[in-house]
Ligand binder design. Sequence first.
Ligand SMILES: NC(=O)C1=CN([C@@H]2O[C@H](COP(=O)(O)OP(=O)(O)OC[C@H]3O[C@@H](n4cnc5c(N)ncnc54)[C@H](O)[C@@H]3O)[C@@H](O)[C@H]2O)C=CC1
Ligand SMILES: O=C([O-])CC(=O)C(=O)O
Length: 332
Amino acid sequence: MTEPLRVLITGAAGQIAYSLLYSVAKGDVFGKNQPISLVLLDIDFMMGVLQGVVMELRDCALPLLHEIIPTADKNVAFKDIDVAILVGAMPRREGMERKDLLKANVKIFKEQGEAINTLAKKTVKVVVVGNPANTNAYVCKTFASSIPPENFTCLTRLDQNRAAAQIAERVGVTSQDVKNVIIWGNHSSTQFPDVSHATVTLNGQSSSVKDAIKNDSWLQGEFISTVQTRGAAVIAARKLSSAMSAAKAICDHLRDWWTGTEGSWVSMGVPSDGSYGIEKGLIYSFPVVIKPDHSYSIVQGLPISDFAREKMDVTQKELVEEKNDAMLTVQD
Ligand SMILES: NC(=O)C1=CN([C@@H]2O[C@H](COP(=O)(O)OP(=O)(O)OC[C@H]3O[C@@H](n4cnc5c(N)ncnc54)[C@H](O)[C@@H]3O)[C@@H](O)[C@H]2O)C=CC1
Ligand SMILES: O=C([O-])CC(=O)C(=O)O
């Protein structure tokens, strides 16, 4: 039998986890033949709620779910894990920017980076979801120097999915017909959703998104701002931040990281290697291609217009500022 994969989900009693656990445990992410040991971390105060989640997971009677380990103890949670899905953090409320969460959340990711450094398998793959996601991933990576930096990523797939859905709706197709949308930069309102290399399949014919939409001012204006502010729009409507769509995006991110991308690009926040002039080490969202052995590389050589360059630099500047604030905060 295949050895179970040890998958940690933090914030396991929270709302994203509630939408995520079922998909991970039933094989949507790591495959239908891969048994899973699910390690569920939350804070002491939430252990009662977490017990209820565990009861429900057991009641799903899922064949791939080898064991469930609920815990509030980092030493248990991070031990020998293969995958860490770091969701546990405070969400923003209406009127806040994600970077306003930095003071509240960044220390969590310092501690968890240290735990990963000493306890996790050296091959562990990490996706940071808790906001501000890029900067939290940067901090986590910084405090886990024994793990290859490229194993630390943050979620920008929700932004990619939002962008693809906007294009698909406008053209009258479904999201799977839209390929190679890019999210550059920060998972924040400065991110740059870029469709200048994207294609859409309409009536069996592939064309550029630009030709299919035939409305450059929409593509360079309302489309971008809708994607940039979608999280805030969901909060304004639901009084809670996105959870179902965030969970789906986490599954997409990890499934592609696990199985590969087969010819298309996906966006992930990854440590910059200096590509496209982005400061080395920053966790910046780039288009990547992924091989079935879980290795990924940043798509190289894309032509960058002046319009794109300006937007890529604005979001980089915000990330540098966040990184500097975060490193001061963790030293307090
Ligand atoms: N990157 C992205 O695309 C998205 C990120 N988010 C972010 O994900 C985070 C979680 O969102 P929700 O699940 O809606 O929040 P939630 O408040 O429903 O759940 C968060 C859970 O994390 C737990 N937690 C807090 N500190 C912890 C720690 N040190 N260790 C383990 N668990 C801890 C809390 O007790 C709570 O159960 C937020 O920061 C939110 O802003 C949300 C949507 C999309
Ligand atoms: O907007 C938020 O605070 C939650 C989030 O990251 C998103 O929905 O993209």
